[in-house]
Design a protein around this ligand. Structure first.
Ligand SMILES: C[S@@+](CC[C@H](N)C(=O)[O-])C[C@H]1O[C@@H](n2cnc3c(N)ncnc32)[C@H](O)[C@@H]1O
Ligand code: SF4
Length: 351
Protein backbone atom coordinates (compact mmCIF):
# COMPACT_ATOMS: atom_id res chain seq x y z
CA UNK A 1 0.00 0.00 0.00
CA UNK A 2 1.53 3.33 -0.96
CA UNK A 3 1.66 6.64 0.85
CA UNK A 4 -0.67 8.35 -1.63
CA UNK A 5 -3.37 5.79 -0.77
CA UNK A 6 -3.28 6.81 2.92
CA UNK A 7 -3.09 10.52 2.10
CA UNK A 8 -6.20 10.19 -0.10
CA UNK A 9 -8.07 8.44 2.68
CA UNK A 10 -7.12 11.07 5.24
CA UNK A 11 -7.94 14.00 2.90
CA UNK A 12 -11.32 12.62 1.88
CA UNK A 13 -12.24 10.70 5.00
CA UNK A 14 -15.89 11.25 5.80
CA UNK A 15 -16.30 8.63 8.49
CA UNK A 16 -14.55 5.75 10.14
CA UNK A 17 -16.79 3.53 7.99
CA UNK A 18 -15.35 4.89 4.74
CA UNK A 19 -11.77 4.54 5.99
CA UNK A 20 -12.35 0.92 6.98
CA UNK A 21 -14.03 0.35 3.62
CA UNK A 22 -11.02 1.68 1.69
CA UNK A 23 -8.61 -0.46 3.70
CA UNK A 24 -10.78 -3.56 3.22
CA UNK A 25 -10.68 -2.90 -0.53
CA UNK A 26 -6.91 -3.12 -0.44
CA UNK A 27 -6.90 -6.27 1.66
CA UNK A 28 -9.37 -8.09 -0.58
CA UNK A 29 -7.27 -7.07 -3.57
CA UNK A 30 -4.01 -8.23 -1.97
CA UNK A 31 -5.59 -11.61 -1.08
CA UNK A 32 -7.17 -11.87 -4.57
CA UNK A 33 -10.52 -12.85 -3.11
CA UNK A 34 -13.49 -12.81 -5.50
CA UNK A 35 -16.04 -11.72 -2.91
CA UNK A 36 -16.28 -8.39 -1.15
CA UNK A 37 -18.22 -6.95 1.74
CA UNK A 38 -17.32 -3.38 0.89
CA UNK A 39 -18.13 -0.59 -1.56
CA UNK A 40 -15.88 0.85 -4.30
CA UNK A 41 -13.85 3.93 -3.45
CA UNK A 42 -13.86 5.19 -7.04
CA UNK A 43 -16.37 5.24 -9.89
CA UNK A 44 -15.85 6.03 -13.55
CA UNK A 45 -19.12 7.59 -14.66
CA UNK A 46 -19.97 8.05 -18.34
CA UNK A 47 -22.10 11.21 -18.74
CA UNK A 48 -22.60 10.64 -22.48
CA UNK A 49 -21.46 7.95 -24.92
CA UNK A 50 -21.22 10.15 -28.00
CA UNK A 51 -18.84 12.84 -29.10
CA UNK A 52 -18.26 15.87 -31.29
CA UNK A 53 -14.96 14.45 -32.62
CA UNK A 54 -14.03 11.44 -34.74
CA UNK A 55 -10.74 10.11 -33.38
CA UNK A 56 -9.76 7.23 -35.68
CA UNK A 57 -8.64 4.78 -32.94
CA UNK A 58 -11.51 5.43 -30.52
CA UNK A 59 -14.69 3.29 -30.70
CA UNK A 60 -16.81 6.43 -30.30
CA UNK A 61 -15.01 8.31 -33.06
CA UNK A 62 -15.32 5.34 -35.41
CA UNK A 63 -18.93 4.62 -34.45
CA UNK A 64 -18.11 1.09 -33.34
CA UNK A 65 -19.30 1.28 -29.73
CA UNK A 66 -22.35 -0.92 -30.54
CA UNK A 67 -24.37 0.79 -27.76
CA UNK A 68 -27.38 3.07 -28.07
CA UNK A 69 -26.25 6.72 -28.01
CA UNK A 70 -27.43 8.29 -24.78
CA UNK A 71 -27.02 10.84 -22.04
CA UNK A 72 -27.05 9.79 -18.39
CA UNK A 73 -30.27 10.65 -16.56
CA UNK A 74 -29.37 13.34 -14.01
CA UNK A 75 -31.92 12.24 -11.36
CA UNK A 76 -30.67 8.63 -11.59
CA UNK A 77 -27.07 9.86 -11.31
CA UNK A 78 -28.02 11.67 -8.08
CA UNK A 79 -29.60 8.53 -6.59
CA UNK A 80 -26.47 6.56 -7.43
CA UNK A 81 -24.28 9.14 -5.66
CA UNK A 82 -26.71 9.08 -2.71
CA UNK A 83 -26.21 5.31 -2.38
CA UNK A 84 -22.42 5.51 -2.36
CA UNK A 85 -21.43 8.97 -1.10
CA UNK A 86 -20.32 7.75 2.32
CA UNK A 87 -17.70 5.51 0.73
CA UNK A 88 -16.61 7.25 -2.46
CA UNK A 89 -13.26 9.03 -2.40
CA UNK A 90 -13.27 9.96 -6.07
CA UNK A 91 -15.24 9.88 -9.30
CA UNK A 92 -14.04 10.32 -12.87
CA UNK A 93 -16.52 11.80 -15.33
CA UNK A 94 -15.32 10.23 -18.56
CA UNK A 95 -15.21 6.81 -20.33
CA UNK A 96 -16.48 6.76 -23.95
CA UNK A 97 -17.84 10.08 -25.19
CA UNK A 98 -17.39 13.77 -24.46
CA UNK A 99 -18.62 14.56 -20.91
CA UNK A 100 -19.20 18.29 -21.54
CA UNK A 101 -21.96 17.50 -24.04
CA UNK A 102 -24.15 16.51 -21.07
CA UNK A 103 -26.59 19.38 -20.39
CA UNK A 104 -26.27 18.92 -16.58
CA UNK A 105 -22.53 18.31 -16.40
CA UNK A 106 -21.89 21.20 -13.98
CA UNK A 107 -24.75 20.00 -11.75
CA UNK A 108 -23.24 16.51 -11.80
CA UNK A 109 -19.93 17.93 -10.57
CA UNK A 110 -21.54 20.15 -7.90
CA UNK A 111 -23.66 17.28 -6.63
CA UNK A 112 -20.61 15.09 -6.03
CA UNK A 113 -18.74 18.02 -4.44
CA UNK A 114 -21.54 18.39 -1.87
CA UNK A 115 -20.25 15.10 -0.45
CA UNK A 116 -16.55 16.01 -0.63
CA UNK A 117 -15.87 13.52 -3.43
CA UNK A 118 -12.75 14.29 -5.51
CA UNK A 119 -14.00 14.95 -9.06
CA UNK A 120 -11.89 14.48 -12.19
CA UNK A 121 -13.26 15.18 -15.66
CA UNK A 122 -11.71 14.44 -19.06
CA UNK A 123 -12.36 16.45 -22.19
CA UNK A 124 -11.27 17.03 -25.75
CA UNK A 125 -11.79 20.78 -25.17
CA UNK A 126 -15.52 20.81 -25.95
CA UNK A 127 -16.11 22.91 -22.80
CA UNK A 128 -14.35 25.82 -24.50
CA UNK A 129 -17.12 25.92 -27.10
CA UNK A 130 -19.64 26.68 -24.35
CA UNK A 131 -18.35 30.21 -23.71
CA UNK A 132 -16.82 32.30 -20.94
CA UNK A 133 -19.73 32.17 -18.48
CA UNK A 134 -19.72 28.38 -18.68
CA UNK A 135 -15.96 28.28 -18.00
CA UNK A 136 -16.39 30.52 -14.94
CA UNK A 137 -19.26 28.33 -13.69
CA UNK A 138 -17.10 25.28 -14.28
CA UNK A 139 -14.41 26.69 -11.96
CA UNK A 140 -17.06 27.65 -9.40
CA UNK A 141 -18.54 24.11 -9.46
CA UNK A 142 -15.66 23.05 -7.20
CA UNK A 143 -14.26 20.51 -9.70
CA UNK A 144 -10.86 19.23 -8.57
CA UNK A 145 -9.10 18.10 -11.75
CA UNK A 146 -9.50 18.40 -15.50
CA UNK A 147 -7.55 16.36 -18.06
CA UNK A 148 -7.51 17.99 -21.47
CA UNK A 149 -6.47 16.13 -24.60
CA UNK A 150 -4.04 18.15 -26.70
CA UNK A 151 -2.09 15.94 -29.09
CA UNK A 152 -0.62 18.64 -31.29
CA UNK A 153 0.38 22.26 -31.09
CA UNK A 154 -0.97 23.43 -34.42
CA UNK A 155 -4.23 22.84 -36.27
CA UNK A 156 -2.83 20.29 -38.72
CA UNK A 157 -1.06 18.13 -36.15
CA UNK A 158 -3.91 18.26 -33.62
CA UNK A 159 -6.62 17.33 -36.08
CA UNK A 160 -4.75 14.45 -37.67
CA UNK A 161 -6.04 12.39 -34.68
CA UNK A 162 -8.61 14.74 -33.05
CA UNK A 163 -10.68 15.03 -36.22
CA UNK A 164 -13.11 17.95 -35.93
CA UNK A 165 -11.15 19.87 -33.28
CA UNK A 166 -10.06 23.50 -33.50
CA UNK A 167 -6.60 24.41 -32.19
CA UNK A 168 -7.10 28.18 -31.79
CA UNK A 169 -10.42 27.75 -30.01
CA UNK A 170 -8.81 25.19 -27.67
CA UNK A 171 -5.88 27.47 -26.84
CA UNK A 172 -8.06 30.56 -26.31
CA UNK A 173 -10.29 28.55 -23.97
CA UNK A 174 -7.36 27.05 -22.10
CA UNK A 175 -5.77 30.49 -21.52
CA UNK A 176 -9.11 31.87 -20.34
CA UNK A 177 -9.59 28.95 -17.91
CA UNK A 178 -6.14 29.52 -16.40
CA UNK A 179 -6.57 33.32 -16.19
CA UNK A 180 -10.00 33.06 -14.58
CA UNK A 181 -8.80 30.50 -12.07
CA UNK A 182 -5.98 32.89 -11.08
CA UNK A 183 -8.34 35.89 -11.02
CA UNK A 184 -10.65 33.98 -8.65
CA UNK A 185 -7.56 33.15 -6.57
CA UNK A 186 -8.37 29.45 -6.79
CA UNK A 187 -5.92 26.58 -7.00
CA UNK A 188 -8.52 24.19 -8.38
CA UNK A 189 -9.18 22.65 -10.79
CA UNK A 190 -5.77 21.11 -11.35
CA UNK A 191 -5.30 21.57 -15.10
CA UNK A 192 -3.59 18.65 -16.81
CA UNK A 193 -2.76 18.36 -20.49
CA UNK A 194 -2.52 14.89 -22.01
CA UNK A 195 -0.48 14.44 -25.15
CA UNK A 196 -0.89 11.02 -26.77
CA UNK A 197 2.34 10.44 -28.61
CA UNK A 198 2.01 9.13 -32.16
CA UNK A 199 4.04 8.98 -35.37
CA UNK A 200 2.83 12.33 -36.67
CA UNK A 201 3.26 14.37 -33.46
CA UNK A 202 6.32 13.02 -31.73
CA UNK A 203 8.47 15.80 -33.18
CA UNK A 204 6.41 18.17 -30.98
CA UNK A 205 7.32 16.57 -27.64
CA UNK A 206 9.80 19.30 -26.74
CA UNK A 207 7.43 22.01 -27.95
CA UNK A 208 4.47 20.74 -25.90
CA UNK A 209 6.67 20.67 -22.79
CA UNK A 210 7.76 24.27 -23.47
CA UNK A 211 4.14 25.29 -24.00
CA UNK A 212 3.07 23.66 -20.71
CA UNK A 213 5.86 25.51 -18.87
CA UNK A 214 5.06 28.86 -20.51
CA UNK A 215 1.37 28.56 -19.65
CA UNK A 216 2.19 27.26 -16.14
CA UNK A 217 0.04 24.18 -16.67
CA UNK A 218 -0.12 22.11 -13.46
CA UNK A 219 0.69 18.81 -15.12
CA UNK A 220 1.56 17.50 -18.57
CA UNK A 221 1.27 13.77 -19.23
CA UNK A 222 2.79 12.12 -22.25
CA UNK A 223 0.66 9.04 -22.88
CA UNK A 224 1.49 6.10 -25.12
CA UNK A 225 -1.01 5.32 -27.88
CA UNK A 226 -3.50 2.49 -27.30
CA UNK A 227 -4.86 0.43 -30.18
CA UNK A 228 -7.12 -1.66 -27.96
CA UNK A 229 -10.02 -1.99 -30.31
CA UNK A 230 -8.08 -3.17 -33.31
CA UNK A 231 -5.39 -5.42 -31.92
CA UNK A 232 -6.13 -9.16 -32.19
CA UNK A 233 -9.15 -8.61 -34.47
CA UNK A 234 -7.54 -7.13 -37.46
CA UNK A 235 -5.03 -8.46 -39.89
CA UNK A 236 -5.19 -5.12 -41.60
CA UNK A 237 -2.90 -2.79 -39.70
CA UNK A 238 -3.25 0.10 -42.15
CA UNK A 239 -5.03 2.49 -39.73
CA UNK A 240 -2.77 1.46 -36.85
CA UNK A 241 0.34 2.01 -38.92
CA UNK A 242 -0.68 5.56 -39.74
CA UNK A 243 -0.50 6.45 -36.03
CA UNK A 244 1.47 3.89 -34.05
CA UNK A 245 5.22 4.29 -33.70
CA UNK A 246 6.92 1.13 -32.43
CA UNK A 247 9.88 3.05 -31.03
CA UNK A 248 10.32 1.31 -27.68
CA UNK A 249 10.63 4.63 -25.78
CA UNK A 250 7.09 5.69 -26.61
CA UNK A 251 5.21 2.50 -27.47
CA UNK A 252 3.38 -0.07 -25.35
CA UNK A 253 3.63 -2.53 -28.26
CA UNK A 254 6.19 -4.48 -30.25
CA UNK A 255 5.98 -6.42 -33.51
CA UNK A 256 7.02 -10.09 -33.58
CA UNK A 257 8.94 -11.79 -36.42
CA UNK A 258 5.64 -12.54 -38.19
CA UNK A 259 4.67 -8.87 -38.14
CA UNK A 260 1.99 -9.34 -35.44
CA UNK A 261 1.64 -6.52 -32.90
CA UNK A 262 1.67 -7.46 -29.18
CA UNK A 263 1.48 -5.60 -25.90
CA UNK A 264 4.82 -5.55 -24.02
CA UNK A 265 5.25 -7.51 -20.79
CA UNK A 266 3.51 -10.62 -19.46
CA UNK A 267 -0.10 -10.95 -18.37
CA UNK A 268 -0.50 -11.61 -14.64
CA UNK A 269 -3.54 -12.87 -12.76
CA UNK A 270 -4.10 -9.60 -11.00
CA UNK A 271 -6.08 -6.39 -11.32
CA UNK A 272 -6.08 -3.61 -8.77
CA UNK A 273 -9.36 -2.15 -10.05
CA UNK A 274 -11.75 -5.01 -9.33
CA UNK A 275 -12.12 -4.25 -5.62
CA UNK A 276 -11.79 -0.50 -5.75
CA UNK A 277 -13.50 0.79 -8.86
CA UNK A 278 -16.42 0.19 -11.22
CA UNK A 279 -17.64 1.83 -14.42
CA UNK A 280 -21.19 3.12 -14.79
CA UNK A 281 -22.21 3.42 -18.44
CA UNK A 282 -24.57 6.19 -19.58
CA UNK A 283 -27.61 3.88 -19.28
CA UNK A 284 -26.66 2.75 -15.74
CA UNK A 285 -25.09 -0.57 -16.74
CA UNK A 286 -22.20 -1.51 -14.46
CA UNK A 287 -19.08 -2.94 -16.13
CA UNK A 288 -15.89 -3.87 -14.29
CA UNK A 289 -13.46 -1.93 -16.44
CA UNK A 290 -13.08 1.03 -18.81
CA UNK A 291 -11.70 -1.39 -21.44
CA UNK A 292 -15.20 -2.85 -21.74
CA UNK A 293 -16.26 -0.27 -24.32
CA UNK A 294 -19.09 -2.26 -25.85
CA UNK A 295 -20.63 -3.42 -22.56
CA UNK A 296 -19.74 -7.09 -22.98
CA UNK A 297 -19.44 -7.76 -19.23
CA UNK A 298 -22.50 -6.06 -17.75
CA UNK A 299 -22.79 -7.00 -14.06
CA UNK A 300 -26.20 -5.38 -13.58
CA UNK A 301 -27.88 -1.99 -13.92
CA UNK A 302 -27.30 0.53 -11.14
CA UNK A 303 -30.42 2.51 -12.12
CA UNK A 304 -32.66 -0.54 -11.67
CA UNK A 305 -31.21 -2.35 -8.65
CA UNK A 306 -29.12 -1.38 -5.62
CA UNK A 307 -25.46 -0.93 -6.51
CA UNK A 308 -24.30 -3.04 -3.57
CA UNK A 309 -26.34 -6.02 -4.83
CA UNK A 310 -24.45 -5.83 -8.15
CA UNK A 311 -21.02 -5.22 -6.61
CA UNK A 312 -21.30 -8.21 -4.25
CA UNK A 313 -23.36 -10.37 -6.64
CA UNK A 314 -22.53 -13.70 -8.27
CA UNK A 315 -21.64 -12.23 -11.69
CA UNK A 316 -19.06 -9.87 -10.23
CA UNK A 317 -17.62 -12.64 -8.02
CA UNK A 318 -17.30 -14.96 -11.00
CA UNK A 319 -15.58 -12.24 -13.04
CA UNK A 320 -13.07 -11.51 -10.25
CA UNK A 321 -12.40 -15.24 -9.85
CA UNK A 322 -11.57 -15.62 -13.56
CA UNK A 323 -9.27 -12.59 -13.51
CA UNK A 324 -7.44 -13.86 -10.42
CA UNK A 325 -6.99 -17.38 -11.87
CA UNK A 326 -7.00 -17.29 -15.69
CA UNK A 327 -7.06 -13.68 -16.78
CA UNK A 328 -5.73 -14.55 -20.26
CA UNK A 329 -9.09 -16.02 -21.33
CA UNK A 330 -10.70 -12.57 -21.33
CA UNK A 331 -9.80 -10.59 -24.44
CA UNK A 332 -10.16 -7.15 -22.88
CA UNK A 333 -7.73 -8.25 -20.12
CA UNK A 334 -5.22 -9.57 -22.66
CA UNK A 335 -5.00 -6.16 -24.34
CA UNK A 336 -4.86 -4.18 -21.07
CA UNK A 337 -1.60 -2.93 -19.61
CA UNK A 338 -2.63 -3.52 -15.96
CA UNK A 339 0.07 -5.54 -14.17
CA UNK A 340 2.53 -5.35 -17.09
CA UNK A 341 4.57 -2.40 -15.78
CA UNK A 342 4.13 1.25 -16.58
CA UNK A 343 3.26 1.00 -20.29
CA UNK A 344 0.56 3.65 -20.62
CA UNK A 345 2.52 6.71 -19.57
CA UNK A 346 5.87 7.76 -20.97
CA UNK A 347 6.58 10.95 -19.05
CA UNK A 348 5.12 13.59 -16.77
CA UNK A 349 5.94 17.23 -16.15
CA UNK A 350 4.70 18.99 -13.01
CA UNK A 351 4.66 22.73 -12.42
C1 LIG B 1 -12.24 7.93 -24.74
S1 LIG B 1 -11.70 9.42 -24.04
C2 LIG B 1 -13.17 10.21 -23.45
C3 LIG B 1 -12.98 11.62 -22.91
C4 LIG B 1 -12.78 12.72 -23.93
N1 LIG B 1 -13.64 12.64 -25.04
C5 LIG B 1 -11.33 12.79 -24.38
O1 LIG B 1 -11.01 12.39 -25.48
O2 LIG B 1 -10.52 13.27 -23.58
C6 LIG B 1 -10.94 8.89 -22.54
C7 LIG B 1 -9.41 9.04 -22.54
O3 LIG B 1 -8.85 8.22 -23.55
C8 LIG B 1 -7.82 8.95 -24.20
N2 LIG B 1 -7.61 8.34 -25.51
C9 LIG B 1 -8.32 8.49 -26.64
N3 LIG B 1 -7.82 7.73 -27.64
C10 LIG B 1 -6.75 7.07 -27.11
C11 LIG B 1 -5.80 6.14 -27.61
N4 LIG B 1 -5.87 5.69 -28.85
N5 LIG B 1 -4.83 5.69 -26.78
C12 LIG B 1 -4.74 6.11 -25.50
N6 LIG B 1 -5.62 6.98 -24.95
C13 LIG B 1 -6.61 7.46 -25.74
C14 LIG B 1 -8.34 10.37 -24.21
O4 LIG B 1 -7.32 11.32 -24.44
C15 LIG B 1 -8.91 10.46 -22.81
O5 LIG B 1 -7.87 10.77 -21.88
S1 SF4 C 1 -12.60 12.99 -28.29
FE1 SF4 C 1 -12.52 11.30 -26.83
S2 SF4 C 1 -14.46 10.19 -26.95
FE2 SF4 C 1 -14.35 11.63 -28.68
S3 SF4 C 1 -13.72 10.35 -30.36
FE3 SF4 C 1 -11.88 11.30 -29.45
S4 SF4 C 1 -11.11 9.90 -27.84
FE4 SF4 C 1 -13.19 9.26 -28.44
Amino acid sequence: MNLKFYIDIIKHRKSLKSTINAILNKLFFLCRLPFTANYPTNLIIEPTNFCNLKCPLCPVGTNSLKRKKETMDYEKYKSLINQLEQYLISIELTNYGEPFIHPHILDMISYAKKYNIFVTIESNGFLFKRGSTFIKDFIKSGVDHIKLALDGIDQKTLTKYRIGSNYNEFMDGLRYLLEERNRMRQKLPIVELQFIVMKHNRHQLVLITDLAKTLKIDKLTIKSLGINFLIEDDDDYSIIEQFLSLDSKISRYYKDDNGIIHLKGRIKNQCRWLHSSAVILANGDVVPCCYDATGEFVMGNAFMEPFLKIWTGAKYRKFRHIVYHKRHIIKMCRICSEGRGNLSYCEEYHK
